[in-house]
Design a protein around this ligand. Structure first.
Ligand code: NDP
Ligand code: PMR
Length: 385
């Protein structure tokens, strides 16, 4: 009972002070001195140039003069911790990938990469704050200026505000969870589609993280509050919260846990809509995944301490859905680079033996009409229509 009380968000109401404020502080610090950031980013790139690896994205030649497949370049958002960091490490370690870690906190990311033992030269850190559409556009400019090709994009970053009873807002005034997890990534993916299209890499991929908790065809997806976008009237109203609703479905009251789960439905619908609109013409593989329950990551940083204490053993020993950060990183790395996972429009999951399989999405998370409507509203909100 105590376990259930600690795990059910509806029983929780104590917001953890400080973490969000600290995040905002960090972001503000980094977004002001752009020059400093660029200099810092350049210094990492300087190491790339001096380290004994191929220049990111360049072709390499063997002794007999034959060209081999060049090193791929993958952009991973939110690579400063958890799944993103583990996948960055897994891909960089193969030597086949140069990882662009697209993160809002440069110093945290630099420390995390070093702490994870990622080799100098195997990665570049670039600033990206998904809570600002200007920052997304700036990131795309910076990335293009760096002159690397783009072979794979992983939209991984997310925030989860399970105890929040009032909304916070992005720089553009959208509710934070949907703003960061969906709208920021929506703009990023749309802008970088051109770059993916230009790449000559054999298999180009665009991956957006989904989750079991956004799918109501599972037990985990039926733990309240359940995900549900309704008729998208809140999103269409701009998720402002003041003159309308901060929730996608237009609910009057704000629920931070539901906002996260709703954003995951948006992620999964967006992947499928990208597939329908672009796969045939471009050959790009669009995919989503549920990497398993990585109960130890920073995603739960705003949850109450009791939850953070009990959640990992609960997932390990009771649901058996637990997966370590390292294992989840390998799974995401597989979706980026495994030659057997080239099918587009798929939501990947893994069974108990850690073998990948094509999973079924819930009715809502695979509704093409909803995906189209979500696409059209999102285009307006990010200034593409
Ligand atoms: P973490 O909190 O460890 O990682 C989230 C990352 O997102 C961090 O790097 C964080 O940066 C970054 N981020 C947050 N806000 C922004 C922003 N405004 N701009 C740029 N980056 C931002 O969580 P996980 O590794 O668990 O989550 C990664 C993905 O996996 C998410 O999409 C999540 O939905 C998904 N997922 C996770 C599951 C789990 O059990 N953990 C299960 C299913 C899916 P910073 O370090 O600066 O805070
Ligand atoms: Mg869940 C069948 C098992 C299962 C799985 C695989 C998950 C995954 N969860 C399961 C079951 C249950 N959970 C049950 C029975 C309960 C009631 C005790 C429960 C509760 C629970 C809470 C309170 N679970 C949670 C929370 C969260 O705050 C997490 C969440 O919803 O984040 C959005 C969460 C999760 N459970 C999962 C996974 C993967 C999560 C978090 C990550 C995510 O969806 O991104």
């Amino acid at each position: 009972m105590a376990l259930q009380a600690a795990l059910l968000p509806s029983t929780l109401s104590v917001p953890k002070k400080g973490s969000l404020a600290a995040a905002v502080k960090d972001t503000a610090f980094l977004s002001v001195p752009q020059k400093k950031l660029q200099a810092a980013s350049l210094s990492v790139r300087t190491q790339v140039a001096t380290a004994p690896v191929a220049t990111p994205g360049s072709s390499t030649a063997t002794k007999d003069g034959k060209k081999t497949v060049r090193q791929g370049v993958v952009v991973i958002t939110g690579a400063s911790s958890g799944l993103g960091l583990a996948a960055a490490k897994a891909l960089a370690e193969t030597g086949k990938w140069h990882v662009v870690m697209a993160c809002r906190d440069f110093l945290k990311t630099a420390k995390a990469a070093k702490g994870a033992g990622m080799a100098d030269g195997s990665y570049t850190i670039m600033h990206l704050d998904l809570a600002s559409l200007d920052s997304v556009r700036q990131f795309v400019d910076n990335f293009r200026r760096a002159g690397m090709p783009l072979d794979s994009l992983v939209c991984n970053a997310a925030i989860y505000r399970p105890t929040a009873r009032t909304p916070t807002f992005t720089a553009d005034g959208y509710e934070m969870s949907v703003g960061v997890n969906h709208l920021g990534h929506f703009l990023l993916a749309r802008l970088l589609l051109d770059d993916l299209q230009r790449s000559d890499y054999p298999s180009r991929r665009l991956i957006i993280l989904g989750s079991i908790t956004g799918n109501t065809n599972t037990l985990a997806g039926n733990i309240p509050p359940k995900a549900g976008l309704g008729d998208l009237r809140g999103l269409a109203g701009g998720l402002r919260g003041q003159n309308g609703s901060a929730m996608i479905d237009g609910s009057e009251s704000f629920d931070g846990a539901k906002a996260y789960k709703d954003s995951k439905i948006c992620n999964m619908l967006t992947m499928q809509e990208l597939h329908r609109r672009y796969h045939e013409d471009t050959g790009i593989t669009f995919a989503s995944l549920y990497p398993g329950c990585i109960a130890t990551t920073g995603l739960f940083r705003e949850h109450i301490p009791l939850f953070r204490l009990l959640f990992p053993p609960f997932q390990k020993f009771i649901t058996k859905g637990f997966v370590s950060e390292a294992e989840s990183g390998k799974r995401l790395a597989q979706v980026v680079s495994d030659p057997s996972l080239t099918k587009s429009g798929v939501y990947w999951s893994w069974n108990k033996d850690s073998a990948s399989f094509e999973n079924q999405l819930s009715q809502e998370a695979s509704d093409p009409e909803k995906a189209r409507k979500l696409w059209e509203i999102s285009e307006k909100l990010v200034g593409l229509a």
